[in-house]
Write a protein that binds this ligand. Structure first.
Ligand SMILES: Cc1cc2nc3c(=O)[nH]c(=O)nc-3n(C[C@H](O)[C@H](O)[C@H](O)COP(=O)(O)OP(=O)(O)OC[C@H]3O[C@@H](n4cnc5c(N)ncnc54)[C@H](O)[C@@H]3O)c2cc1C
Length: 480
């Protein structure tokens, strides 16, 4: 048997069940394939930075596969509908008689894979699908009543209890090296037209070696303080692994297994830093399980359907000011500018900027979700949608609608010296920490010469307006 392994958002050779199994059973070799799929990327709003990062990851994957004597072929499909034919053409050309891949749980991806499966099986080519995007199979973590969890903490507790009882996640071994390459690998494109990016490539080198290096450095140097440092955008306190997890250059299992191994021998319990980090990786898992159980969240719907009645404001000028980082609220502008410049934003600031858009500006969370996706190098549907719905109080386990972040207090608390704001909003660089998060409190004379806008919205009245809008929607009113 010769097996074709179709790589998508699983750009790695380690802990890759589909590749491992293909390499084990193939008697006539393995062929890897990656589909350059601009139509699909456009439909899913992939950022230019994410496409460029993906292609760097594909080039690194090609090198890893070559060491196993597995050629990586690159094919193109302008639209997702053409993928079955494009793959079938390659299978014929390379004489493959089976197709293996990692399951992707998002709705459109499942539909695409169902099309590929039925067209291959009609042609007598077997397909096999393996878990690898998640830590455990979605649907396998259930409440006592047998329903999917919609609240994070009991979901996490149940997963941790399972691991304590049955053993912590283990990675699959390395795939078996093949005797010889069965065809020549393809060159990997460096760019894809229509997906330009100004994010420097050196910020996000592609590939599993880089992912593992980051994981190792984080676990040896930073995880000990993670529980306190993770909320501080002014320090490098987190792993910066999200793009690597989003594109599958590292598996979530490898992350959790390595973190668990980092627990000192003889410890009675998992140290707080490690436990908090594992908990964050489980948030990613939780959102993927929610998406698998409630596919409506993949179709632009709110998880909490009562919030579909919220009378969101149409405010193109406000939306543009938010996107461009000129709202006049320093921590919000710093975050939005960090996003543009680096393709990434600190988690605390993602929450602050999302709350500002959905509560203070009362703009539909879907607008923010889409802008993030179009700019994030780590754009990952489950976490982006989950994060936005959490902040907008429309999701599972969401922030209660009456709890509106005050961006000034958030800035003072999590960027106490103003270092983060100074870095991304250089207009305010000379301002003292005591005023940097609310420069409007200074006399106009003191601000003379500083080109920075007044806040585009009053933080207190807009907070009350948001609470009212949500209350009305819950009581059955609103515009929809
Ligand atoms: C509005 C909003 C949008 C978001 N959009 C995305 C997105 O598109 N892609 C994405 O990967 N994350 C998203 N997140 C979650 C989180 O902000 C990022 O995962 C995190 O900032 C990445 O930095 P890190 O790798 O240093 O994380 P670390 O703190 O080192 O955490 C390790 C890993 O755990 C996962 N993780 C951490 N926090 C969360 C969380 N709150 N929810 C889900 N997974 C988490 C990530 O995979 C992360 O790489 C979003 C959060 C919000 C509030």
């Amino acid at each position: 048997m010769r097996v074709m392994v179709w790589f998508r958002t699983d750009l790695r050779t380690r802990d890759h069940a589909a590749l491992f199994e293909a390499a084990r059973v193939a008697t006539r070799g393995v062929v890897g394939v990656f589909v350059v799929s601009p139509g699909e990327w456009r439909a899913h709003e992939w950022a230019g930075a994410k496409v460029a990062f993906t292609l760097r990851g594909v080039a690194a994957l090609r090198s890893s596969l070559e060491k196993l004597n597995i050629p990586l072929r690159i094919v193109r499909s302008e639209t997702p509908g053409e993928i079955p034919d494009v793959l079938a053409g390659l299978a014929r050309e390379t004489a493959c008689d089976a197709l293996y891949a990692t399951i992707e749980h998002e709705v459109n991806e499942r539909r695409r894979d169902a099309m590929v499966k039925s067209s291959f099986e009609r042609a007598g080519v077997r397909t096999a699908w393996f878990e690898g995007q998640t830590l455990v199979t979605p649907g396998s973590v259930r409440t006592g009543a047998g329903t999917p969890y919609t609240v994070f903490t009991p979901f996490k507790r149940s997963l941790l209890a399972r691991w304590e009882a049955e053993g912590w996640p283990l990675m699959s071994g390395l795939p078996r090296q093949q005797e010889a390459m069965v065809c020549t690998p393809s060159p990997v494109p460096k760019v894809e037209e229509g997906f330009d990016s100004s994010v420097p490539a050196k910020l996000w080198p592609g590939g599993e070696d880089e992912a593992r290096r980051r994981l190792g450095a984080f676990l040896s140097d930073r995880v000990g303080n993670y529980d306190t440092a993770r909320d501080r955008p002014d320090v490098e306190g987190t792993s910066a692994l999200s793009p690597y997890l989003a594109l599958g250059m590292i598996s979530p299992r490898e992350c959790v297994a390595a973190a668990h191994r980092a627990v000192p021998r003889g410890s009675e319990s998992i140290p707080t830093g490690v436990a908090t980090w594992i908990s964050e990786v489980i948030w990613r898992e939780f959102y993927l399980h929610v998406l698998a159980a409630f596919p409506r969240v993949c179709m632009g719907r709110a998880f909490d359907v009562s919030t579909e009645r919220v009378a969101w404001r149409e405010d193109p000028a406000g939306l543009e000011a938010w996107q461009e980082g000129r709202t006049g609220v320093p921590i919000v502008d710093a975050g939005m500018r960090q996003l543009r410049a680096t393709g990434w934003m600190h988690n605390r600031v993602r929450m602050i900027t999302a709350s500002f858009l959905t509560k203070n500006l009362l703009i539909d969370w879907r607008r923010g979700e889409s802008w993030f996706m179009r700019n994030l190098v780590d754009g990952f549907f489950a976490s982006n949608n989950g994060g936005w719905q959490w902040c907008a109080s429309t999701g599972t386990d969401a922030a209660p609608y009456f709890r509106v972040f005050n961006p000034v207090n958030q800035g003072k608390r999590f960027d106490p010296d103003g270092t983060y704001v100074r870095r991304w909003v250089p207009e305010l660089a000379a301002f003292d920490a005591s005023v940097i998060h609310e420069p409007w409190t200074l006399l106009p004379l003191t601000r003379a010469g500083v080109e920075y806008p007044e806040p585009i919205v009053d933080l207190s009245t807009s907070r009350v307006r948001a609470i009212e809008a949500f209350r009305t929607a819950r009581e059955g009113g609103g515009s929809r």
